[in-house]
Write a protein that binds this ligand. Structure first.
Ligand code: SF4
Ligand code: SF4
Length: 290
């Protein structure tokens, strides 16, 4: 089974549109939405949740008020102002560092795990699909992404592919989205900031020795920057596997909660078929070289 993670330096580059569309073209696959802060792949998949579980991805302090002497030592060491004047923990501030538990003279404070989100495994007509939702203000989105991928593994049968809709950015959620993947496909738009974001996210893939490929979305909106992106890729040994032109029909399809393929967009469908064909060929070349 091969895993391909689709990422972007920032949100809104068309990553989920590409993944949801490929989910119609690629046979025998599973799907994961690893953008746990703002998941949206489910909107295009018509999923039926089979398993929903709470995820406990952080720790927070709890004070036993029957034992507490109100000596104030815990407040003195807390660097996050997470203990108020009434010696109550402010959950949104507590980082679970445990410093307060060390200085408490009567062991009135302990750390407890706290719920930070939910994971889901869904059935869809296109394959099993894992996704999650981070609680508002919760930490540990990288851990939640890792849990999404673990959940999907539990449901695997004889699928050949896992298509991962990764998180935007270059932080721990992206690292959790691409760890162990066979390929990373960065979806970028042709803007100066898009090029800068692309360089950074491909740097993350290279750091983890994962083959990086590029899809330029709406490439014809800015031909000059598209050439810059292509030159950057050429000079740094990243292959551009897809160039998708701007198409108002894509937005219209998404407004109706359809992929452009379902909406009958022939050109988009052809571009996605080319992208997938190119990706497979490039991945096979890398295997031959290794
Ligand atoms: S250090 Fe312990 S005893 Fe002192 S105020 Fe904090 S919880 Fe209470
Ligand atoms: S665990 Fe750390 S952040 Fe939380 S209340 Fe204690 S000292 Fe403050």
């Amino acid at each position: 089974m091969k895993q391909v993670s689709f990422v972007s330096g920032k949100g809104g580059t068309g990553k989920s549109t590409v993944v949801s569309s490929l989910s119609l073209l690629v046979k025998n696959k599973m799907l994961a939405d690893c953008d746990v802060d703002a998941p949206n792949l489910h909107l295009l998949l018509d999923n039926k949740v089979l398993l929903a579980e709470d995820f406990y991805g952080a720790r927070a302090a709890v004070i036993n008020r029957d034992v507490c002497l109100q000596c104030g030592r815990c407040r003195g060491v807390c660097r996050f102002d997470a203990i108020n004047e009434s010696f109550e923990i402010v959950p949104m501030h507590c980082e679970g560092c445990g410093a307060c538990t060390i200085v408490c003279p009567v062991e009135a404070i302990r750390l407890e795990t706290v719920k930070t989100g939910q994971t889901f495994v869904s059935g869809t007509a296109r394959g099993t699909f894992a996704h999650a939702l981070l609680d508002i203000g919760a930490d540990g989105s990288g851990k939640l992404v890792t849990e999404v991928r673990k959940k999907l593994e539990q449901f695997k049968k004889d699928e050949q592919w896992i298509l991962i809709d990764g998180s935007p950015g270059i932080g721990c959620v992206v690292i959790a989205s691409i760890a162990g993947a066979d390929a990373v496909v960065a979806v970028a738009e042709p803007t100066k900031s898009g090029l800068s974001d692309l360089e950074r996210v491909l740097g993350v893939a290279r750091h983890f020795r994962i083959s990086g490929f590029v899809c330029i979305n709406k490439f014809d909106l800015n031909p000059e920057i598209t050439v810059e992106i292509e030159n950057f890729c050429k000079n740094n040994d990243f292959t551009v596997i897809g160039k998708i032109p701007f198409d108002p029909g894509v937005m219209k399809a998404l407004q109706e909660y359809k992929t452009p393929i379902e909406a009958g967009d022939q050109q988009f469908t052809q571009e996605l078929e080319n992208l997938w064909q190119n990706l497979q060929e490039e991945m096979n070349k890398k295997i031959d070289m290794d």
